[in-house]
Design a protein around this ligand. Structure first.
Ligand code: DGI
Ligand code: FE
Ligand code: FE
Length: 202
């Protein structure tokens, strides 16, 4: 059964229904349906891990808000806000979360840093992640529409322990990216070192 939360906390100047309508307008049908599944998965993980449900709903809905924006929109924000110039060596995969969070502030009126950090870090993770950030990182990976090899194990591990899920995904994603000869964004490596590598580098 789907949770349709009523927002009470003034984290967003819209009702959930209005926010959903904005997302339907911004995203393809395929991406929109992904976002709704991430929201529901995030709410479930939030319930299991004592995380604010309203934040989980909002962050789940908006995490891919900027995914279908043209590259130039991100490049403009990176330059205007003097974000890390290293970002310019990457593309939409890295930008839609980290840079997309800036668009979410001005365009959706969401200024809660906990929600914004969950969006920023949903692709690369981060060395230190709040429970909400962990919930969104995992919900994006295990939502019921995902069907890559290993997703069942990812769901089981995450249901046992949110942190173990973060570690599992971090390792799998890095292995996958290396297998594809992709450039690894330095924060992705930092996430791996913090969440997967054995203490002290031994
Ligand atoms: O936006 P989604 O498709 O729902 O999922 P996502 O935001 O987790 O991932 C977007 C893509 O980013 C996915 O294909 C994996 C890729 N990715 C994650 N970390 C890195 C990365 N790509 C590069 N090149 N470097 C990274 O460090
Ligand atoms: Fe994403
Ligand atoms: Fe996503």
């Amino acid at each position: 059964m789907n949770e349709e939360l009523i927002y009470h906390q003034q984290l967003v100047p819209h009702s959930r229904t209005e926010l959903v309508a904005v997302l339907r307008d911004q995203l393809s049908q395929h991406r929109f349906e992904h976002v709704l599944r991430v929201e529901q998965t995030a709410i479930k993980l939030a319930q299991q891990n004592n995380v604010n449900l309203e934040k989980a709903s909002i962050a789940g809905l908006v995490h891919d808000y900027a995914k279908q924006r043209p590259d130039q929109d991100f490049i403009t924000v990176i330059k205007d806000k003097q974000m890390d110039p290293e970002l310019l060596n990457y593309g939409n995969a890295i930008w839609h979360g980290i840079v997309g969070a800036e668009l979410i502030k001005t365009e959706l009126g969401i200024w809660d840093e906990d929600i914004l950090n969950a969006v920023r870090h949903h692709t690369t993770g981060a060395t230190i992640m709040s429970k909400l950030e962990q919930v969104i990182y995992m919900a994006d990976y295990i939502e019921p529409g995902r069907n890559f090899a290993g997703v069942q194990q990812a769901r089981q591990v995450t249901n046992q322990s949110l942190q173990a899920g973060v570690s599992f995904q971090t390792k799998q994603t890095l292995q996958y990216l290396i297998g594809q000869n992709k450039a690894i964004y330095p924060k992705t490596i930092a996430t791996y070192n913090a969440w997967v590598a054995v203490n002290g580098g031994n």
